[in-house]
Write a protein that binds this ligand. Structure first.
Ligand SMILES: [Zn+2]
Ligand SMILES: [Zn+2]
Length: 104
């Protein structure tokens, strides 16, 4: 940044840019716009279901239902608490609609 009057070098002094040669002052350009860059949060898309959700579109996996012994269940992921924790997989029997949570 240089003085617009004498083209001398401007130095920051008491919050303003002051010319070292002629004493001309210029305002320091606001740099806050550069420092306030918002960090974009990466959002994981997680499928959340409740009891009334349509499960017909869900993927199906081979899992044994504890209620009826059926070997096929719909499954979906639910994000629990903090986003840095892994999702919990829920399973729902395709036959009797019994729903349980998968533990690993
Ligand atoms: Zn100057
Ligand atoms: Zn079942």
């Amino acid at each position: 940044m240089f003085c617009e009057k004498c083209e001398g070098l401007l130095l920051p002094k008491d919050g303003v840019m002051t010319c070292a040669r002629c004493g001309h002052t210029a305002e320091i350009k606001d740099s806050s716009a550069l420092t306030q860059v918002k960090k974009g949060k990466k959002k994981k898309k997680v499928l959340v279901l409740d009891e009334n959700s349509d499960i017909a579109t869900l993927p199906v996996t081979r899992a044994e239902c504890q209620e009826c012994g059926n070997m096929e269940a719909f499954w979906w992921l639910v994000q629990t608490r903090r986003s840095d924790e892994p999702e919990t997989r829920f399973l729902r029997c395709s036959k009797c609609k019994h729903t349980w949570r998968e533990y690993d």
